[in-house]
Every structure is written in C-alpha cells, then in structure tokens.
Ligand binder design. Sequence first.
Ligand code: HPA
Length: 235
Amino acid sequence: MSTPHNNAKKGDIAKTVLMPGDPLRAKFIAENYLTSPVCYNEVRGMLGYTGTYKGVPVSVQGSGMGMPSIGIYSWELYNEYEAENIIRVGTAGAVADPVQLRDVIIGMSASTNSAYASQYNLPGTYAPTASWKLLSAAVRAAEEKGITFHVGNIFSSDTFYDDADSLAQWQKMDVLGIEMEAAALYMNAARAGKNALCILTVSDCPLKGLSTTAEERQTTFRDMMEIALETAVNI
Ligand code: HPA
C-alpha cells in the first residue's frame, strides 16, 4: 500500500509523527535524535523516517511549505497510515510584543487567512485548535526543562510575502507568531478524530526587522526538539 505522495507501507509509520517543513530537517532529526532510523519515503524528496526515541517508535516526515502541502501529507498520515499524533516542529515570525527571537511558541489555536475550512461547509467560522493531550504534555516538558515558551494563538498565513502588510492587525488580536501550516494540520486532525500540535521556534521578528543567525537557530531548534520528543514519549 502507498499513496500518490508516500511510498510507505502500512505499519512503516509510527503512531506519533514529528513534522518539520523541510525534508532535510526530517533527515537531520532522524539521524541525530532517533535510534536506528529507517527511511520509508523519498517521493518528491519529501523524506520520512521511523526510528525510536527512548524506546518509543517515532516517525519524522517533511511536510513542505504551506497549508496545501501539509494538508496532503498529514491527511494521508491520519487517514491512510493510522498516525494518531502529529507534532509540527517549525519556525515562526514573532508577532506579539513579548515574543522574542529564539523563544519557543506552542500553538494552542491557529487563526488563518486560508480557505482550507471552506471544504467542510460549516455554517460559521471554525477555530482550529491543538489537542489538549499533546498541548499539556508539551507544556509539562517545557516547564521541566526550564525552556522559555509562550502558549497561545498563532497565525497560519497563505503568504510569506504579504502585500497587504497585515501583521499589525493580527498583533492587535494577541497573535503570538506567524507561520504557514498549523491551521490545516489542526483541521485535518479534528476531521479525522486524531491529535495535532504545533511547536515553533522564533526565527525572525518581521515587525521589528530582526532575524536570527544560523547558529542561534540551532540552540532553539534543540529546545523545540526536546519538547517535541518528550511529548512523543509521554502521551
Ligand atoms: N512569515 C511566515 N512564515 C514564517 C515567518 C514569517 O515571517 N517566519 C518564519 N516562518
């Protein structure tokens, strides 16, 4: 069994999947954090691996950028491969004033300018929300490790280069950070009756014109990965 986008066979993918946007990040995570990782997918270069962390099977699968891309990969993981938990691990731009470069954001909910929810024909506005089970485990892990983190609403945007300059409007609504995938992931999880969470490291502050260096990104990347992996083994 495989899908148009994934060569994995049933049983190749663990119940918990970490999803970075960049497939080479998936390779890096598999090779540096998992024990005995096996690559199960190379279709379109969207690498996926399964190994173990502290003895628990964990997969790591690239999602690509944007909601259509993570929408496809996460839909197949939930509905074709029986994944139960997907934890997106990515980067975000800071939006709310207290959020600083290199902080970790845990996305409790994801506002969006995407039309992804229109497929469900809902008679109102849907609020894409993380799964409490994953959110609470991630918060516990972050607290235990003494990592600085923020929990709240994030903004999943269809555009990276935003002609309308709308970030200041989202800032007024206490949105913590901007990224491009969480809302679709949360909707797919809800529709499939599964669990999702998005953990982000702040790589830039678009409103202040600041960005991190590659070295600085490594440290917060490690913080985010420790939270995500501890979450994976404690649920
Ligand atoms: N916009 C959208 N996605 C992002 C950004 C941003 O400024 N920074 C990191 N991911």
